[in-house]
Design a protein around this ligand. Structure first.
Ligand code: ADP
Length: 230
């Protein structure tokens, strides 16, 4: 569960810019939510609160059962391990194969070899990349690289996946496939929050949309989806 209660964020650097203003959002476990808004609306600021890279000036933030204002030391690490992150620029390790990129995150969290041998093929199959396990990132298309990044984010079965403009570097026709994969992962029970600029995608898939404007929630509702894109 993700909850923001009366959250304000003011950045001191530029004479107190109000980046977020009285935000109240509750996202239940298992939801799929699009966050939209133009540049400067506060989307990155919001995501940084969820991963505790940033703290609110006032208000409270809860993620995966953690009260983020009270979180200290190793608990911050545990919070971050309960969140899978996906970025616009994929962030794969170039000198590791697809298999190793996914296995790596499981090794650093001390998962057993046996678990890794089962889990990596399972998540690669889920993202449709079973046949590319031995390839290196540079041998893959952008869409395939982003699928690896999704497999990696999902490998440790986090409660929450945050995808920050995951289709921003991809051709529009590949973007839909990426969202489909995120939807499949959501079907496994993981909450997914996807930040996007692409209105066509949001209209096509529908579901819950949170729109930020000038640091406030301008819209938070469920839309039908299914709109064909011209
Ligand atoms: P978005 O991700 O929607 O583009 P941001 O969260 O990056 O929006 O920015 C929201 C507002 O906060 C903008 O006015 C931006 O200029 C300002 N801002 C963001 N980060 C900082 C920072 N580190 N210092 C000062 N102002 C910032």
């Amino acid at each position: 569960m993700v909850e923001l209660k009366n959250v304000d964020v003011r950045y001191r650097e530029r004479g107190g810019v109000e980046a977020l203003n009285d935000i109240n959002i509750k996202i239940e476990d298992g939801e799929f939510v699009f966050i939209v808004g133009s540049s400067g609306a506060g989307k990155s600021t919001l995501l940084k609160l969820l991963t505790r890279e940033n703290q609110p000036t006032s208000g409270r933030v809860f993620v995966n059962g953690y009260n983020l204002s009270k979180l200290k030391g190793s608990k911050v690490l545990m919070l971050r391990r309960s969140i899978g992150m996906i970025f616009q620029d994929f962030r794969l390790i170039p000198n590791l194969t697809v298999y190793e990129n996914v296995a790596f995150v499981l090794r650093v969290t001390d998962k057993s070899k046996r678990f890794i041998r089962q889990r990596v093929p399972y998540v690669l199959n889920l993202v449709g990349l079973s046949n590319r396990a031995k390839a290196y990132p540079s041998q893959l298309s952008g869409g395939e690289q982003q699928r690896v990044a999704i497999a990696r984010a999902f490998a440790s079965d986090p409660g929450l996946i945050i995808a920050d403009e995951p289709t921003g570097n991809l051709d529009p026709e590949l973007s839909y496939g990426i969202v489909e994969v995120l939807k499949d992962i959501n079907q496994c029970g993981t909450t997914v929050i996807m930040v996007t600029h692409e209105h066509d995608i949001v209209k096509y898939f529908g579901g819950r949309i949170i729109s930020l404007k000038d640091g406030s929630v301008a819209f938070d509702d469920t839309i039908g989806g299914g709109d064909e894109v011209e």
